[in-house]
Design a protein around this ligand. Structure first.
Ligand code: MG
Length: 167
């Protein structure tokens, strides 16, 4: 763990863990997205880029906001009709995706196409999060996790091209 982690970053990481999402799960999504473009891609490179994305304040804010709404919905502590919309993960409700865009935008447009792709494919942890039989509400979390993976993919691609300047 980096020593310069802020309290906010620690909280965001703890929240992901508490909802069953590990860094390794997100790194596997990055690998899924990028393995076809980089033949020498390793899980270490994927993990490194996920950790860099999680260090961004916009990303931490999105995690805190989305997971809070999921947890409140799980405890029936939101008002209607929002409670029902979030509990059912209603198809026409797109605010979970709007929150995800605040993450994918951090590293530019490759993140947006990767997010759309992975949101449709739902590999790995995304499939688990979408399993409604678990009794858990992950209306926001699935989009957030997909968006972190997409942003990390975009970061990886840009850093390969050498144009990130340490962002
Ligand atoms: Mg969703």
């Amino acid at each position: 763990m980096r020593e310069d982690q802020t309290e906010l970053e620690k909280k965001a990481r703890d929240l992901l863990h508490s909802r069953g999402v590990e860094i390794k799960d997100i790194a596997e999504l990055v690998y899924y997205l990028q393995a076809k473009y980089f033949t020498d891609l390793t899980m270490d490179m994927c993990t490194y880029n996920v950790n860099r994305v999680l260090a961004k304040r916009e990303v931490q804010h999105a995690i805190l906001t989305g997971i809070e709404l999921d947890v409140l919905a799980e405890k029936n502590q939101l008002s209607e009709p929002l409670l029902n919309i979030i509990q059912r993960d209603e198809g026409l409700y797109g605010i979970d995706e709007v929150i995800a865009y605040s993450i994918v935008n951090v590293y530019g447009s490759i993140g947006i196409t990767s997010y759309g792709f992975i949101d449709k494919q739902k590999p790995g942890i995304l499939n688990e999060l979408n399993d409604l039989s678990s009794g858990k509400i992950h209306t926001f979390l699935d989009d957030i996790v997909g968006a972190i993976a997409a942003a990390a993919s975009s970061r990886l691609a840009h850093s390969y091209a050498g144009d990130l300047n340490g962002q």
